[in-house]
Design a binder for this molecule. Structure first.
Ligand SMILES: NC(=O)c1ccc[n+]([C@@H]2O[C@H](COP(=O)([O-])OP(=O)(O)OC[C@H]3O[C@@H](n4cnc5c(N)ncnc54)[C@H](OP(=O)(O)O)[C@@H]3O)[C@@H](O)[C@H]2O)c1
Length: 282
């Protein structure tokens, strides 16, 4: 157990305090990450999501200086607006957490390219576009870090979640390359792969409703701690809960068997409805 503030590791090399931007800060893992990072000494936070009222309420309750920008990250001008906001309100950036994301359940035959495209736009393209505009600032403020929030679905794909898995596999692959590319520039790139975490967007109520499967579901606070590990403690990769790493290993070691299991009827236990599905129905 390390009871030293993780930012002190970074602070040893950089005399300036943490300035962290968290996308998807209006709920779930992003909100928990904002609350966790706000406890770092001298932290300044930039909260990003579409729902301004949520961001404002959160900013008011945080024990740290926090600014907010309400923006749809898939919008054409979103990266430029966020960059302008960071420069004018903070002038620096030492941690970027690309966390915003969503999942719409559909088989490929039902959802087609339209579903793949909308999923890629928010889960992959938006993170890449935001990173592109903020990277020069992160380099200038090095030592600094980027944390990309992928998923266990970025290692193993379930029926009905192909579009989501495609976006999260893409994010994981891109993160590996970026890790190596940015290392010489002092920008660490960490990857976080959550399993089932009960949030508004991913309630996992099918699993929490049953005693036999409740243990599979973790909390946004634990995911936030994994983001701290990957960002401030500069770990390359964190699964949360940690045993979910075994799913990816099984996929590599026995792809045929894993495919058969996931195509079978027993795999329906892992099928969960998402907040985005519910929003679509409304
Ligand atoms: N919970 C899980 O089981 C789980 C598992 C694996 C991976 N993940 C990943 O963890 C991340 C956080 O998910 P969560 O579970 O915390 O879900 P959540 O509670 O639904 O949070 C998603 C966040 O993303 C924001 N967002 C969505 N679309 C956006 C857009 N176009 N522009 C700006 N912000 C947008 C939402 O805010 P607004 O609606 O206010 O814009 C919200 O703050 C996602 O990338 C998700 O894929 C979650």
């Amino acid at each position: 157990m390390n009871d030293q503030s993780p930012h002190e590791d970074l602070a040893a090399a950089s005399s300036t305090p943490l300035v962290a931007l968290i996308t998807g800060a209006s709920s779930g893992i992003g909100e928990a990450t904002a609350r966790r990072l706000a406890r770092e000494p001298g932290a300044q936070l930039v909260l990003v999501a579409r729902r301004e009222d949520r961001l404002r309420k959160l900013a008011e309750t945080l024990p740290a200086q926090a600014s907010l920008i309400a923006v749809d990250l898939t919008a054409e001008d979103a990266p430029a607006r966020v960059l302008e906001h960071v420069c004018s309100h903070h002038g620096r950036l030492t941690l970027l957490v690309n966390n915003a994301g969503a999942s719409w359940r559909a088989t490929f035959a039902e959802g087609g390219y339209a579903n793949v495209r909308r999923t890629m736009e928010v889960n992959f393209d938006a993170a890449v576009r935001l990173t592109e505009v903020l990277l020069p600032l992160l380099r200038a403020c090095a030592p600094s870090a980027i944390v990309n929030v992928s998923s266990t679905a970025g290692r193993i794909a379930r029926p009905g979640a192909g579009a989501y898995s495609a976006s999260k596999f893409a994010l994981a692959g891109w993160s590996d390359a970026l890790f190596a590319e940015e290392r010489p520039h002092g920008v660490h790139v960490g990857l976080v792969l959550p399993g089932f975490i009960a949030t508004e967007g991913f309630p996992a109520s099918e699993l929490t409703a049953r005693r036999a499967t409740r243990w599979m579901v973790s909390t946004p606070e634990r995911a936030a701690e994994a983001i701290v590990d990957a960002g401030l403690r500069r770990k390359p990769e964190r699964h949360v809960p940690r045993p979910y790493a075994l799913a990816g290993m099984a996929r590599l070691l026995a792809p045929g068997l894993v495919r058969k299991v996931l195509a079978g009827r027993g795999a329906s236990v892992f099928t969960t409805k998402t907040g985005a599905d519910a929003a679509d129905r409304r």
